[in-house]
Design a protein around this ligand. Structure first.
Ligand SMILES: Cc1ncc(COP(=O)(O)O)c(C=O)c1O
Length: 546
C-alpha cells in the first residue's frame, strides 16, 4: 500500500502546477518581507489629495507628493525596487576609497558572470584608453556622455547636412525621418541641420532627448505586429527588419550605430526575440554598422525568450542573457531597473567589437568625460556602497524564481484589468501594464483634449499614481495644434516596481481604473496652463480640468 505521505505529496505537487488555475494561491512568494513601511496617509483622504493635485501639482503626476499616495505608486519601475537583505548587507561592506575601490574589481567580475565572457578584460586594460565598463549615476547620464562623445567623433566624418534623403527609402520610413529632421525641440536651433540618424525599435524619452540634444536624429522602427496591435504576437518589441535594411541600404553613411531597447519600454514593455536580435546583428554586420543595446530590462527580456521563443524553454536565464549580449558591440543600462538598485547606470563597450573598431579613440574620450562629469572611472557616479548593491542586484535579477514571480504578477494585474473590460496592450509586458487610451476613450475623444492626463489626475484622487506615455509625452505642439507621435502611441503606463507590492495592492488600483472606465464619459479634457512648448514637457507641465 502506498505511504499516506506519497498520496499527499502528489496532491501538493499538483496544486503547485503553474498551469493549474489555483496554483498561485498554493505557491508562496519565493521571498519574505524583511522590512515594511507604514503609509503616512489614508485611502480616505480624497479631499486632501484633490487639494494637492490642483494647487500644488497642476494635475501632473510627476509633481504630486509621493508621501500622499496611499495606494500603488506606479509612476515608474525605475529606482523604485525594494532591495534585498543581501544587497543591504553587501552595501555595508562598500569600499569608499577615492580610487580603485574593491567594488570596482568585483563589478568587473560580475559583468562577466552576468553578461558573458566576451565582456571580460585583462587587468592591464582597466582604466585608461581601453576601459570597457563606465559607471554613471543613472541611465540618462550614460546617454548624455555617450552621445556627446559620439557627436564629437561624427564631426570628424564627412557629412553633407543639406543632402536630401534617398527616394529609394521605404516611403513611410522616409516621411518619419523627415518629420524628425524638421523638428528642433525646445526651439533649439543647431548651426547645421541634423545629418546622422540613430535608429532603434523605440527610443525611451530621455534617450530620444539626449540624441536630439546632440543634433542627431532618433528614429523608431517598431515591428509591424506592434503597430497592428497583434495580441497573439509574443515579441511586439521587435524591430522592423525591412525598414532597418532599407535605411542601411540607402543611407548607410548617416547611421553611426543601430540601437535596440530590451525590453521595449516605450512600445509597451514588450520583449524582443533572440531571432530578431540575431537578424539585426546580421544586417548590421552586412553594412558594417555597430550594434548597441539599451539594456535596462535585459533579464525580463531573457525570461520572455525562455518562456515564449522556440528552442529556449530548457535554457537557463543566464545562458540566454549571454547569447543576447554576445551579439552586441556595446550597451548602456540604467541599473535602476534590472540592476535592482535605486540609483546607478553604466555604459559597456566590447574590446573586440565593431564599435571599438569604428571609433578607436572613443573609450579614451569617454573616460575623460567621465572623470570630468562623474568621477574616477573606478567609481564613476556612484558611492562604493552603491556598487556593492549593483553587484548583488545583478546576481539576484537572473534568478528564475525572481523573474517568475515578477513577470507573472504583472500578467495577473493585466488579466484583472482585461476582466474589467479595460483595453490594455496585450500580451502584457515585463515591467508594466499599458492602457490604450485610444480604445479607452473611443473615437470621439479629440487629441487636443489630452484626456489621458485627466484620467491620471482623477486616478491620483483615488490614491494611485500612473503616468501618461503617449500624445503629451511623445507628441509636440506646433504652435496651433498637437502633433501626435509617429508611429502613433497613446498609452497610460502602470509601471510595477520590483519586489514592492503584493497582488492585493495592484488589484486595488485595478478597481479604481474600472470605476473611471465605467464613468469615462464624465472624464473631461485638460487645458495646458504651462509648458506646452518645453522639451521633455511632460515632466514639468501644469494642467487644469476643462
Ligand atoms: C529604456 C530606458 N532607457 C533609458 C532610461 C533612462 O534611465 P534613468 O531613468 O536611469 O536615467 C529608462 C528609464 O526609465 C528606460 O526605461
Amino acid at each position: 500500500m502506498p505511504d499516506v505521505t506519497d498520496f499527499f505529496i502528489e496532491k501538493f505537487h499538483k496544486n503547485l502546477d503553474l498551469e493549474h488555475e489555483l496554483s498561485r494561491y498554493y505557491s508562496p512568494r519565493p521571498y519574505r518581507n524583511a522590512v515594511v513601511r507604514f503609509r503616512s496617509c489614508s485611502i480616505h483622504d480624497f479631499e486632501a489629495r484633490r487639494e494637492i493635485l490642483i494647487r500644488e501639482a497642476g494635475l501632473n503626476p510627476f509633481l504630486f507628493r509621493a508621501d500622499m499616495i496611499p495606494g500603488c505608486d506606479l509612476l515608474s519601475d525605475s529606482g523604485t525596487t525594494t532591495m534585498t537583505m543581501e544587497q543591504w548587507s553587501a552595501m555595508l561592506l562598500g569600499d569608499e576609497a577615492y580610487g580603485s575601490n574593491a567594488g570596482y574589481f568585483e563589478l568587473k567580475e560580475q559583468v562577466i558572470l552576468t553578461f558573458g565572457p566576451s565582456w571580460g578584460q585583462d587587468k592591464s586594460l582597466f582604466v585608461g584608453e581601453n576601459e570597457n565598463v563606465f559607471i554613471f549615476h543613472q541611465g540618462r547620464a550614460c546617454e548624455n556622455a555617450f552621445f556627446t562623445i559620439l557627436s564629437r567623433e561624427l564631426r570628424k566624418r564627412k557629412s553633407d547636412s543639406k543632402r536630401k534623403l534617398s527616394n529609394e527609402l521605404l516611403p513611410a520610413l522616409k516621411a518619419r525621418i523627415e518629420t524628425k529632421m524638421g523638428f528642433h525641440p525646445g526651439g533649439h536651433v543647431a548651426s547645421e541641420p541634423p545629418f546622422f540618424i540613430i535608429p532603434s525599435n523605440s527610443h525611451f524619452d530621455t534617450t530620444e532627448g539626449n540624441i536630439e540634444d546632440k543634433n542627431l536624429i532618433p528614429v523608431n522602427l517598431p515591428c509591424r505586429e506592434h503597430i497592428e496591435k497583434r495580441e497573439d504576437f509574443p515579441f511586439r518589441g521587435n524591430m522592423d527588419l525591412e525598414e532597418l535594411e532599407s535605411l542601411l541600404e540607402h543611407e548607410r553613411d548617416r547611421v553611426p550605430l543601430v540601437y535596440l531597447t530590451v525590453t521595449n519600454n516605450t512600445g509597451g514593455g514588450q520583449p524582443v526575440s533572440l531571432a530578431n536580435i540575431g537578424k539585426i546583428r546580421e544586417i548590421t554586420k552586412k553594412y558594417g554598422v555597430p550594434f548597441f543595446l539599451d539594456a535596462c530590462r535585459f533579464a525580463e527580456n531573457a525570461w520572455f525568450i525562455q518562456q515564449k521563443e522556440d528552442g529556449y524553454r530548457d535554457r537557463a536565464i543566464r545562458e540566454i542573457v549571454h547569447e543576447m549580449f554576445g551579439h552586441a558591440d556595446g550597451f548602456h543600462i540604467s541599473l535602476k531597473k534590472d540592476g535592482l538598485v535605486n540609483i546607478g547606470g553604466a555604459v559597456l563597450i566590447k574590446d573586440d567589437g565593431d564599435f571599438t573598431r569604428a571609433y578607436p579613440r572613443f573609450r579614451g574620450e569617454l573616460t575623460d568625460y567621465q572623470i570630468m562629469t562623474e568621477g574616477h572611472p573606478t567609481y564613476g557616479g556612484l558611492a562604493g556602497r552603491d556598487l556593492m548593491g549593483v553587484i548583488e542586484g545583478l546576481r539576484t535579477v537572473t534568478r528564475q524564481e525572481y523573474l517568475d514571480i515578477r513577470i507573472r504578477q504583472i500578467e495577473r494585474f493585466g488579466e484583472r484589468l482585461v476582466k474589467h473590460g479595460i483595453p490594455i496592450v496585450l500580451p502584457t509586458g515585463g515591467n508594466a501594464v499599458y492602457i490604450d487610451m485610444d480604445r479607452f476613450f473611443g473615437d470621439t475623444a479629440r487629441d487636443e483634449d489630452l484626456k489621458a492626463i485627466a484620467f491620471t489626475a482623477l486616478l491620483l484622487i483615488a490614491g494611485h499614481r500612473l503616468c501618461e506615455l503617449g500624445l503629451y509625452s511623445f507628441g509636440r505642439y506646433d504652435g496651433s495644434k498637437e502633433i501626435p507621435p509617429d508611429p502613433r502611441l497613446n498609452y497610460v503606463r502602470a509601471a510595477v516596481p520590483r519586489l514592492l507590492y503584493e497582488e492585493r495592492d495592484l488589484f486595488s488600483t485595478a478597481e479604481a481604473i474600472k470605476l473611471l472606465y465605467d464613468n469615462r464619459e464624465r472624464i473631461p479634457g485638460v487645458n495646458v496652463d504651462y509648458g506646452r512648448n518645453l522639451k521633455l514637457r511632460h515632466f514639468k507641465s501644469r494642467f487644469s480640468f476643462k
